[in-house]
Write a protein that binds this ligand. Sequence first.
Ligand code: NDP
Length: 441
Amino acid sequence: MTTATATIPAPPAHSGSLFQQAYEEVAESLDSVLAAHPAWQAARVLERLAEPDRIIRFRVTWTDDKGAIHINRGWRVQQTNLLGPYKGGLRFHPSVTEDTLRFLAWEQAFKNALTGLPLGAGKGGSDFDPKGKSDAEVNRFCNAFMAELQPQIGPDRDVPAGDIGVGGREVGYLYGAYMRLTREHGGVLTGKPLGIGGVALRTEATGYGTVAFARHMLEHKGESLDGKKVAISGSGNVALYAAERCKQQGAKVLTLSDSGGTIVCEAGLSQDQIDELKNYKEVQRGRLSDYSSPGVEYHHQIDPWGVACEVALPCATQNELDGSEAASLIANGVIAVAEGANMPCTPDAVEKFAEAGVAFGPGKAANAGGVGTSGFEMSQNSLRIPWTRSDTEQRLETMMANIHASCVEHGGGKGKAVDYVRGANIAGFTKLAEAMMQMGV
Ligand code: NDP
């Protein structure tokens, strides 16, 4: 019989990788839990979770509008189906590698467990860059990608969704391709446009949910969102709807950004400006450098973290906010940070926030409203009865409140500030570990 010890198992060999960074953040939180459960150590629960069930890799060949042939790589990381069908988005971005998707799939396992819904975890994507491509080119790419992915997925097996570079347009094309291949209409992808099986509020859910989580963190500190100055990075799906929700709740949104630079609006963006930006980014696919509006300034190659604000919501991409930027936010009065993106804050930044007593909500808790609402879309598709916007909104609010409460339960201590990272990791891990033990080897 294996002797149980309280030491954290050595992480799988991926030194210096995003996966390694994400793994270490979780493993460091689990010492007391593993020490309290020798049977989980003997069963090697953490190591088994860290190794994906399987990784599928494939070539995607497609033709551009001029007839030239292009080759991209595609992947699906099926991390774990302990709690339900594999579930997690697809990312189309030139920076995507297997390591990117392994880190995202690992984070997804804990996030999906936190939602309390029957969702396993996965992540996939391609190094394809949809920027600057015509609709016809994106459509051809999506058809070629789905031709390879389709045998691996299904409503009860693996249910992908969107992520960076994959929005309603791409999910629609992917779903069309899946339907033509299988002749089946069902809940195989989430984030679908409303008319073809999407659920009301899925588009808004990640951003709205992140703001709900930030609001709970503030309320836990005896503060409120009303009147607070908020810096947001990104100007994609998560950022735009986080901005909208902040505005609705009385906060002032000072910034949005893209990979070219940041727009700053000292007076706070108005709802009209947010609506204009939604159309500009989602429909016209414009760059912030070409956006102009009264009271809005563009700063080339500058990120939002030098702006004085009380709340920061990084909503663009991983490792976009480092230790020196965290120090500048702290010096400028930040009191709460909630990650709309996955792992946007570096370990150094997270440490600085903790030292300064800044409430810090990690992405796996703060942005879980997106996948949670995808879970609602799966329920709606199985029931074949559309949910109303208020059904989804109510459930999303309850889910975010429950996730916040789980983090406080596992990451709080009498008289101590809540450690949301520890709380989220322990709450998610406990569910996964219990399921793994119940199912045996
Ligand atoms: P989008 O593609 O809609 O938007 C991404 C935004 O981030 C764009 O403004 C983009 O700018 C910016 N960005 C992307 N890469 C970089 C980079 N390397 N440097 C600077 N800016 C960058 O993606 P989403 O809004 O859907 O996703 C944003 C984050 O939220 C990701 O971390 C994603 O994993 C996470 N997330 C998304 C969920 C969802 O439901 N969509 C759910 C949970 C988490 P540009 O256009 O210039 O590239």
